[in-house]
Ligand binder design. Structure first.
Ligand code: ASP
Length: 329
């Protein structure tokens, strides 16, 4: 039987046209489908235009709206395709991984580096591949882009212009999409249920602080003042500069969560290797990202801190793997 897929469109370059103010989303969901008529041979599509935004302007409120939209339509469809600008797509994919858990139906995000009505655009292939993957029935949230399928908690935008814009960081690609076929699918076991768990709250008082040599402890304290959760993008395997350690301790003493990640793209942290990591990890109640991306850690903290501020519970939830976001410890 022909599958029913709900296309939720949010804007992005995929739907953009040149305006007198520069590129901006102009094409609505129906128009996107008109550019790729082959999609109609795969499934029956219904569309919802949720918003028309450059993804620069996407906020956690929109993540919650997307979640509500999927929850309300969950029973009626076999899968969900989300078109989205590429700039914050990795954050949205990560957020949906925590807001929609254990979905047996696919929720697949895509976008494009070039507008769909531009010659040679990457958009038609990305859109077709995304529908193909959604129809395949692989549950959970994922990203299809540039001929590859990426676990939602490991997508990262690496290029501002190239079609292969996204990489899967610290996790293998879930599959490749070549010549209208899904190839080399990774045999992953997802936890899925008939009725996924939907969540409706996020604590947006979360920020990322990237260390640079010489940045003052006062600057770190000032940023932390406005948050309940802070991700410290430290160096290498998780080195925290000596001149920031006391400030981190003070932030934790004020009841805030600090999670240490790294500015280095691949291979994550291991704060037990160097003395500059160990001293912070031993003395302070910090969390560690290990193989998590900053995008996933930020979204996860927003999800956790909306539920609890109890440090032990925050740690338990943060360290519990969800949607492949971190290795089982
Ligand atoms: N600025 C655009 C956006 O994120 C870029 C894109 O979609 O490729 O909406």
């Amino acid at each position: 039987m022909c599958k029913r897929i709900l296309l939720i469109a949010t804007g992005g370059t995929i739907a953009a046209r040149e305006t007198e103010n520069g590129l901006a989303p102009q094409l609505r969901a129906e128009a996107l489908l008109d550019f790729v008529p082959e999609i109609q041979t795969l499934c029956r599509v219904t569309v919802i235009q949720l918003c028309e935004l450059d993804s620069t302007d996407i906020t956690p409120d929109i993540w919650l709206k997307i979640t509500d939209c999927i929850e309300q339509n969950y029973a009626q469809y076999d899968g969900f395709v989300l078109t989205h600008g590429t700039d914050t797509l990795a954050f949205t994919a990560a957020a949906l991984s925590y807001l929609i858990q254990e979905s047996e139906k696919p929720v697949v995000l895509t976008g494009a580096q070039n507008p769909i009505d531009t010659g040679g655009s990457d958009a038609p292939k990305n859109l077709f591949d995304t529908f193909l993957y959604a129809v395949s029935g692989a549950g959970g949230v994922s990203v299809v882009f540039g001929g590859r399928v990426i676990a939602s908690t490991h997508a990262k935008k690496l290029y501002t212009r190239s079609a292969a814009a996204f990489a899967s960081v610290n996790f293998p690609y879930l599959a490749e999409m070549t010549d209208g076929e899904i190839r080399n699918a990774l045999p992953v076991q997802r936890k899925t249920k008939n009725n996924p768990k939907f969540y409706h709250e996020l604590n947006t008082r979360v920020a990322v602080f990237t260390c640079i040599p010489g940045v003052s402890a006062n600057t770190l304290l000032a940023v932390a003042e406005t948050c309940d959760g802070l991700i410290l993008e430290s160096y290498g395997l998780g080195g925290v500069p000596a001149y920031l350690v006391d400030a981190v301790g003070e932030i934790i003493k004020r009841g805030k969560t600090v999670a240490v990640g790294t500015q280095v793209l691949y291979e994550g942290t291991d704060m037990s290797v160097y003395a500059v990591g160990k001293r912070a990890k031993t003395d302070l109640e910090i969390l560690e990202l290990h193989d998590m991306t900053t995008e996933a850690a930020a979204a996860k903290l927003m999800w956790i801190l909306a539920q609890t501020d109890n440090p032990a519970e925050v740690r338990r939830l943060f360290e519990t793997p969800i949607a492949f976001d971190r290795l089982e410890s």
